[in-house]
Design a protein around this ligand. Structure first.
Ligand SMILES: Nc1ncnc2c1ncn2[C@@H]1O[C@H](COP(=O)(O)OP(=O)(O)OP(=O)(O)O)[C@@H](O)[C@H]1O
Ligand SMILES: [Mg+2]
Length: 348
């Protein structure tokens, strides 16, 4: 079930003191006449970062609206972690700028830092301390008022459903439990913007479900979230909009349906053939065929309108000579559009 089917999908983030602050209008995102808009959680303009002679992030302009979850979807090495580093102020941009709730990071880095926190790719923490001691340590490190510490620590442990394991040492935790604990550590400062770097990679299904639940609870509270992932399912299930990143650039940004609408194709005819078709070129040249994918005897034919193509396809010599074992027509998926836009599979 998609998040937009739930009552939370219509959540109204609380208005805050920053809500009335002005921000520069970003191209195409300026509020319409008479419409009052909250200051976005993140605005980046032409953001870039060179690592040696290579530019890991190449001029990214994006907006995370207040209360929105934006997914940053990209392959291994696309530049997701570098982007998180730039937005979190951990890395300095070599070009461009970042605003956090209207505050320009280059002018007031501490103001930006007070508003955000990161659950990074690597699990931090001290193996010899218990889960609770770790969260408590981070709370003190980040200056959470003493009187609030124990309540905050208990609250965030509960949110990631780690209360039953809070007295066990971090060293004994599974990877999924460590990721949940690093999420708790990030939340203990009560950030308004949470940066999540691939929180579900390599975690067990139970921890994945707990992380999903925690993200949904945070969305319901109006938190703004930037969620990087290599997983289409995560992106579709949790994110309001998705930015597709490839080789340091954004190649698409929008809701799932907006991104699907950018595709030149609409439907896929999926065929399992008796043997691989010999003459792919003649199929590719058929009227209405926009793209082909062949994997063994599985052929996928991309088109705008499947019925018209099917009628011609099944009469071609390449098909008449062999049995068709299965055939179905499906709508184009986000994964298909990812391949179309980047020329690469999401996973190797
Ligand atoms: N410190 C560094 N030194 C050299 N190259 C780096 C460094 N940090 C990042 N890169 C390179 O920059 C590019 C982007 O890396 P980044 O870690 O941001 O990608 P990513 O999308 O987070 O990848 P992954 O899915 O593997 O986490 C990659 O080609 C990477 O090899
Ligand atoms: Mg990364």
């Amino acid at each position: 079930m998609r998040r937009r089917d739930w009552p939370w999908a219509r959540r109204q983030p609380k208005r805050t003191e920053a809500a009335t602050g002005g921000t520069d209008a970003v191209d195409g995102l300026a509020p319409g006449a008479g419409e009052r808009r909250r200051t976005p959680a993140v605005v980046t303009r032409n953001l870039g970062r060179s690592v040696g002679r290579r530019e890991a992030v190449r001029g990214i302009s994006l907006v995370v609206e207040d209360g929105e979850t934006l997914g940053l979807l990209g392959r291994l090495g696309a530049g997701k972690t570098t982007t998180i580093g730039l937005i979190s102020t951990r890395l300095r941009p070599t070009r461009g700028e970042v605003r956090i709730f209207g505050k320009l990071v280059s002018e007031d880095v501490n103001a930006a830092r007070r508003l955000l926190n990161v659950a990074s790719e690597e699990e931090g923490g001290y193996p010899s301390l218990t889960g609770e001691e770790n969260v408590d340590f981070f709370a003190h490190l980040y200056g959470v008022p003493r009187g609030e510490c124990s309540q905050r620590v208990a609250g965030v442990l509960e949110l990631v459903e780690m209360t039953p394991s809070k007295d066990d040492r971090l060293a004994s935790y599974s990877r999924g439990m460590r990721r949940r604990l690093s999420l708790a550590c990030a939340l203990v400062t009560a950030p308004r913007l949470l940066l999540l770097d691939e929180p579900t990679v390599g975690v067990d299904p139970q921890s994945r479900a707990h992380i999903f639940q925690a993200v949904r609870a945070l969305q319901a509270r109006g938190l703004s979230i930037l969620y990087t992932t290599r997983d289409i399912e995560d992106a579709e299930a949790l994110c309001d909009r998705i930015a597709i990143m490839d080789e340091g650039r954004l190649v698409a940004l929008g809701t799932v349906s907006e991104i699907l609408a950018r595709s030149q194709t609409r439907e896929v005819i999926e065929l399992t053939l008796g043997r691989p078709p010999g003459d792919l070129g003649s199929i590719a040249r058929l009227d209405g065929v926009l793209r082909l994918e062949l994997s063994g005897s599985e052929l996928r034919v991309f088109t705008l309108h499947a019925p018209g193509v099917l009628a011609v396809l099944c009469g071609t010599p390449a098909f008449l000579a062999q049995p068709i074992l299965t055939m179905k027509v499906t709508p184009v998926t986000l994964e298909d559009v990812f391949v179309e836009l980047t020329g690469k599979e999401l996973h190797d």
